[in-house]
Design a binder for this molecule. Structure first.
Ligand code: ADE
Length: 354
């Protein structure tokens, strides 16, 4: 299917990336939410500054759109150094990594997005780089092949992943700080939305008009900033640029976003489990095949928020809808002979997290 979703937490285009730039915080003090992580980073940064060393290597994991890249920029900015950005899939061979590492200046930050997709052959090279700021370089090939060890400038590696479970043990253990990014609370998203509205010079009817928007942004700053631009356009066309509650509601309705922030793909995902698989439990691959969607995309992008909202349970035997999901969709089990949602007659022991 691969539809473009207004509530996708992934970045939709380079243009959107650019639009988000102006809205991103530059400093820790401007960063809203993730308070525990921000406090840990503040201490790590200050300690590094006092010791005149790079900050410790940092592994960030969590669903897309929660600020992993933004934090890497903030950290480099706070250190007053440069950020070098690459990704696991872009580092196809050790030489790609070596050429990136050799461009690093003292205390710079190297950001590797999707670090779980870095090939094993490249990963081997990153261990000595992280531990001792050294890297093995091969010269010549065949009979004349030789390797020598090159000293690197001390740097901080920030690895980001949506799949913490796929980062190998040896790689994970080399990060000094490791943290999950959580979904943002409605209150934090409201503050982010008001900050973005100010930067985009939106004409807000009153101080609380963005409350509903915060509630329907899946706990994700990237989504609220995207929806804010849809609301801004709608207000300009229909309400002389004034953003009031009616404008917010109408703009979101046009995007098919419901009261919980679910879009068509979320609802189709839930409906398929409810109707085709009788509420579950069902394997992710089966749902993905029925939806004609990539299983990895569903796992990374659709499921985390449904799990967080208590609409979905991951059991040992597969995915299962909860009573809240049945209620939200106003669906009843299609199972013959019962009008109860399928979940209600499942054994509780099957509901353990996997
Ligand atoms: N824009 C996007 N994410 C943000 C955050 N966490 N704090 C402030 N502004 C943001």
């Amino acid at each position: 299917m691969a539809v473009q979703r207004t509530v996708s937490a992934q970045s939709l285009s380079p243009t959107e990336e650019q639009a988000n730039w102006s809205l991103r915080p530059q400093l820790l003090d401007e960063y809203i939410g993730q308070s525990r992580l921000i406090e840990r980073l503040r201490i790590a940064l200050q300690a590094a500054q006092i010791r005149k060393e790079p900050m410790e290597h940092l592994l960030l994991f969590g669903p897309p759109g929660l600020g992993k890249t933004t934090l890497a920029h903030v950290i480099a900015h706070e250190l007053g150094t440069r950020l070098h950005t690459t990704s696991g899939p872009a580092l196809t061979k050790p030489g790609d990594l070596v050429s990136t590492l050799t461009r690093i200046e003292p205390r710079d930050v190297l950001f590797i997005d999707e670090i779980h997709r870095m090939p094993a052959a490249v990963e081997e090279y990153i261990y000595p780089a992280m531990e001792d700021f050294k890297v093995d370089v091969m010269v010549d090939s065949g009979m004349h092949a030789r390797s020598f060890t090159m000293n690197l400038k001390p740097f901080t590696l920030i690895g980001a992943t949506t799949r913490a479970g796929l980062v190998s043990g040896p790689l994970r253990s080399r990060f000094g700080i490791s943290s999950q990014l959580d979904f943002y609370s409605d209150a934090d998203l409201h503050v982010i939305a008001k900050r973005s509205a100010r930067l985009l010079t939106l004409n807000l009817d009153n101080d609380n008009v963005l409350h509903g928007l915060a509630h329907r942004s899946r706990g994700t700053p990237r989504i609220i900033n995207r929806l804010l631009r849809r609301v801004r356009d709608y207000a300009l066309v229909h309400n002389n640029g004034v953003v009031d509650t009616a404008v917010v509601d109408a703009a979101l309705k046009l995007e098919s976003i419901d009261d919980l922030g679910l879009d068509n793909l979320d609802r189709m995902y839930l409906k398929i489990i409810a109707t085709v698989y009788d509420g579950g439990p069902v394997g992710l691959e089966a749902v993905a095949a029925t939806l004609n969607e990539d299983a990895g995309t569903l796992e990374d992008v659709v499921e985390p928020y449904l799990l967080k909202m208590g609409l979905l349970a991951r059991t040992r035997r597969g995915r299962q809808l909860t009573a809240q999901a049945q209620e939200h969709l106003q669906l009843r089990s299609t199972r013959l002979g019962t009008s109860k949602p399928a979940l209600f007659d499942q054994d509780q022991s099957e509901n353990d997290e996997v």
